[in-house]
Design a protein around this ligand. Structure first.
Ligand SMILES: *Cc1c(COP(=O)(O)O)cnc(C)c1O
Length: 324
């Protein structure tokens, strides 16, 4: 890992602790939490870890502005805007939709962080990036494009590293499962590679939160490919295939960002038993998945489950209507 530049953007290690009241509410399983909602970069989240490696690369390549893309309430875009601000680099965000009459949640923070927003209508996955890159280059600039969700082999290093961080914190606690929200792939891929580095045998269970709309490559293959590229750049012999991947597609409901009763229950249960907030789009859905896996016995009563909180809380305010 030392070979790769890392730009400090957050506060690590993030806390790891037990959830006794929430565990009791669910029954027999022991549930723990890893608090990447508390990475500290402009309200935190999992993109902070990826951006530590991605923006280090941008700096080492001599880039003078940052581009990334996402949905209107993208946590990734908000953390990228914060990281760019910290490094005094102008940040361009390509956001899906149109400027709403009321600016709220992550979008409010994007403005406060000084990013330039390019509204993209139907496109929330960076379709307009090549055009913007060309325009900026014409102006003599050298843009660095952070991929969608910060997901490539560089971003994944953040979660390889996070697994080593977790290993230190686990000490004598043995866990059987890690459950978390997965949507652009590098969190999942980094965890797979990190798990092989720390030689643990817990099960890594990603809860898919978005429909698979990538015409070129199925999402599962995207994750496996990032994992293999990440292992390769670290000179690890380990290679992965689809059988090594556990990604659950059963909780997507009405699609990305559509809050249903399962998310509402998960958010309320954790908030009211532990005083910890989940977000409506990612962690609320992932926790709903965890609750279902426990109740249906797919995660056995003897399990010790780590829920990896990946952040997203600013979006709560933009989803007030769906949550009340
Ligand atoms: C981006 C994001 C995820 C998904 O992580 P990926 O690495 O993109 O799969 C999960 N939770 C939150 C809050 C996020 O912002």
């Amino acid at each position: 890992m030392q070979r790769f530049n890392r730009q400090a953007l957050g506060f690590f290690p993030t806390p790891f602790h037990a959830l006794p009241n929430f565990s009791a509410a669910l029954g027999a399983v022991d549930i723990y939490i890893k608090r990447d909602d508390l990475t500290g970069l402009a309200m935190g989240g999992n993109k902070t870890r990826k951006l530590e490696y991605l923006l280090a690369e941008a700096v080492s390549q001599g880039c003078d502005c940052i581009i990334t893309a996402g949905a209107i309430q993208s946590n990734h875009c908000r953390q990228t805007a914060a990281a760019a601000a910290l490094l005094s680099l102008p940040c361009h965000l390509l956001l899906g939709g149109h400027k709403p009459s009321k600016v709220n949640g992550n979008l409010l923070l994007d403005y406060l962080l000084g990013s330039t927003i390019h509204w993209q209508g139907e496109n929330r996955k960076g379709e307009g990036i090549p055009d913007l890159v060309a325009r900026l280059k014409q102006q003599g600039l050298t843009p660095y494009v952070v991929p969608y969700g910060g997901s490539n082999k560089v971003g994944a290093l953040g979660y390889v590293n996070a697994m080593q961080e977790l290993q230190q914190q686990l000490a004598n606690t043995s866990i059987s499962h890690i459950v978390f929200a997965s949507s652009s792939g590098a969190t999942h891929a980094g965890m797979m590679v990190g798990k092989s580095l720390v030689q643990q045998d817990y099960q890594i269970v990603g809860i898919n939160i978005d429909k698979d709309e990538n015409a070129n490559k199925p999402f599962k293959q995207v994750i496996v490919d990032i994992a293999n590229e990440t292992a390769q750049q670290l000179d690890l012999a380990e290679r992965f295939d689809l059988h090594d991947l556990d990604l659950r597609d059963d909780y997507i409901g009405q699609g990305y960002g559509v809050v249903g009763s399962a998310e509402q229950e998960a958010i309320s249960l954790l908030a009211q038993s532990e005083g910890i907030l989940l977000d409506p789009v990612y962690t609320g859905r992932a926790m709903a998945g965890l609750i279902h896996l426990v109740r249906s016995g797919q995660i056995p009563a003897s399990a010790k489950v780590l829920f990896w909180h990946t952040g997203g809380n600013p979006a709560l305010f933009a989803y007030a209507d769906a949550l009340t």
